[in-house]
Structures are given as C-alpha cells and as structure tokens.
Design a protein around this ligand. Structure first.
Ligand code: ZN
Length: 153
C-alpha cells in the first residue's frame, strides 16, 4: 500500500461508506450537475441560499471513493457558510489538491478538508476530488449547465 495510505485516509473511507447530506434537497434554490468522464464520477449538488448564506446543501450521484468522500466532506464544510466563504474554501481546496496553494492570510481554515492533501500526488484523482467543488461553484453561480472536469483542456 505505502503511499496509497496518504490517499485513502480513514476519514475519506468513512465518508465514502456513509456519505453525509446525501440525497435530493426538495426546496433547493440552486443546483448543478457535474461529470468527470475520466473516472465516471457523477454528482449533483443541491443548495438552499438565504440572505447570502448556504442554509442547506446536499449532493447525490455515484462515483469513486474519492469523489463521494469529497462531496460529502464538502457539504459538511459549506453548510452555514456565506457565499464569500464558500468561494474562499473552493480556492483553498483547489490549491491544496493541485499544490498551487497561495498563502492566504484570512481565508477560512480548510479543517477536515486537509485529508485530501495526499491527492495532489495522484493527478488522475485530483479531478475526482475537485468535481463536487466545481459543481457547487456552478450551482452557486446560477449556472445550471452540467459541468465537466474536462472543460479547461
Ligand atoms: Zn473518481
């Protein structure tokens, strides 16, 4: 196993086995779907925004352990956050898994999301980890189109 232990941390395995906030959100004010064709991961993110705050956020879909755990942990991290904080977390998370971290002085801490730091060593897995984040970004930007991790290539 060796290095793979970095990737499949206990917290990731736990969130894959019992994802949090999974299922459709009936009164969602925004939603978006995402697809990572390289791995076959699909995720739909639902959110209820009130006064600029993410009141409720859920996801649904099917994918590999990394994509499921990432979506699950993402919903936990974003619930109760303002849209600005959500954007900062998206940036911070993206930096973490792509190793393009810029020193941020007053951004929110990544907390549990730091378990994904091992992902940067596995380029194919980075897209699995970021899929839910790209999807929520689309949902919050009220861009109802399906996003794909292959957009920017
Ligand atoms: Zn995947």
């Amino acid at each position: 196993m060796g290095d793979l232990d970095d990737l499949y941390q206990e917290l990731i395995l736990d969130h894959n086995k019992s994802p949090r906030n999974r299922g459709e959100l009936e009164n969602a004010t925004c939603k978006a779907a995402g697809h990572n064709p390289l791995c076959g991961d699909r995720v739909t993110v639902f959110a209820t925004i009130e006064d600029g705050i993410i009141k409720e956020i859920t996801f649904d879909g099917a994918g590999c352990a990394i994509s499921t755990a990432s979506a699950s942990l993402m919903t936990e991290s974003l619930k109760g956050k303002t849209l600005e904080e959500a954007k900062a977390l998206f940036k911070g998370f993206h930096g973490l898994v792509t190793e393009e971290t810029e020193e941020t002085e007053d951004g929110p801490g990544l907390g549990k999301l730091a378990v994904f730091s091992g992902v940067c060593k596995y380029p194919a897995r980075v897209k699995c980890a970021t899929l839910a984040w790209h999807t929520v970004h689309a949902a919050l930007s009220e861009n109802g189109d399906t996003v794909t991790t292959e957009d920017d290539e």
